[in-house]
Design a protein around this ligand. Sequence first.
Ligand code: FAD
Length: 429
Amino acid sequence: MATLYWFRRDLRVADNPALVSAGSEVYPVVLSGSLEGLSQVRIDSLTASWRSLSSQLSDSLGLVDDLVATAKNLGVSAVHCSRAFDPVGIADQLEVQRGLDEAGIKFVVGPGNYAVSPGVVRKPDGTPYRVYTPFFKAWFANGWSNPLPAPAGVTWLKTGEDLPSGPEVRVGESFAKETFANFQRRALEGYNEDRNRADLSGTSHLSHALAHGEIHPRTLLAELGDSEGEVTFMKELAWREFYADVLLHNPHTVDGYYEPRFAKMRYDEAPGKLEAWQQGKTGYPMVDAGMRQLLATGWMHNRVRMIVASFLVKDLHIEWQHGARWFEQHLTDFDVASNSHGWQWTAGCGTDASPYYRIFNPITQGYKFDPNGDYVRKFVPELRGIPGKEVHEPWLLISSLAPNYPAPIVDHAVEREESLARLEELKTL
Ligand SMILES: Cc1cc2nc3c(=O)[nH]c(=O)nc-3n(C[C@H](O)[C@H](O)[C@H](O)COP(=O)(O)OP(=O)(O)OC[C@H]3O[C@@H](n4cnc5c(N)ncnc54)[C@H](O)[C@@H]3O)c2cc1C
């Protein structure tokens, strides 16, 4: 008897244990509601991922509104999917479970998209880890199984609406494998050094693929050895797993404070400044380049994510959740755990948080991680008339070199002091 397979954030065929267990006659579907509120760049990348997956499933991936109703109409024996660990995913799967129970249809939830499932690694006293390094050691000691091959001999059956059409974006399972192979040749050796440089392509660019499950982290880990670059890369993959574990144990931290005392801090409601930040018009070149990279491409370099996040919270005094929501709309690699905890780390209120008084200087960070200014010029056309590293402080030059670029909306030195004063204030509450 046929089954229904609900693809969510496991958009791949290989190394997908939940899919293997779905049987040999399968209706593959995705839910249509998942596009609401997203930027066009994000919609284009997600729907391209669906189309790419569908091409591996005899073009049978269908869009459905209601999973339980579809399962009933088709008369399938079971609905299969891989386990979600984030609060929304868990709630969605519980609701489907209830509906299917009432209809007498089996719901089979297989393993998810982590080398070690969130919740498995615990401290010796049984409590979850709150700090990354000991988590990493225990995660590594736990180990993971080998990748599984794709299921063979499956007949894919079509149900639901056709997938939305859209521009061709290079995504999908085989592109993820190609991206990893290129990264292994191109940058893995120098990853330890170059991954912080915004102007170099020193990172893997696998985040969209990992966030959508186009590749399982186990498939990547299976190919890593013990060189410096490979170990550092493994540690980055483990950050993703750590944050998923932290979110599982602290579901309120999607938009609530991991360190609750920071909820009492004095923040500003500043819609004009928030908009300048969102549109990349703060007058700080490194911040603006990052925010424009996000708008144009749906991705931003990790170092620059930290710079723009610190700027929002500590130079504009706006709560991190405003920034996290903007990232959610625009990041094609959006992952709720990595995003909320990436923000909280930078804002000083998360796990292992960079202490609140560590305030990124958007100018010196520019000189350090974009030493020739190439990254800024790439994403901020108004600054292309300024050669070299001087692009990081355009206000020191005659204004005719960048006539259309805004003046800084705040003075970093002044706002830094203001942030520290608010921290002192918090200590007295
Ligand atoms: C404010 C903020 C928000 C972020 N939001 C997201 C998000 O929504 N989705 C997301 O995948 N990452 C997020 N990150 C983490 C990181 O910036 C991206 O994973 C990384 O830039 C992706 O590029 P890459 O694939 O080339 O990374 P690589 O350097 O090649 O790393 C390989 C993989 O490891 C994982 N990884 C690397 N660094 C981190 C990290 N600090 N935290 C968690 N996982 C990590 C990612 O899956 C990444 O694809 C955020 C970081 C910050 C500071």
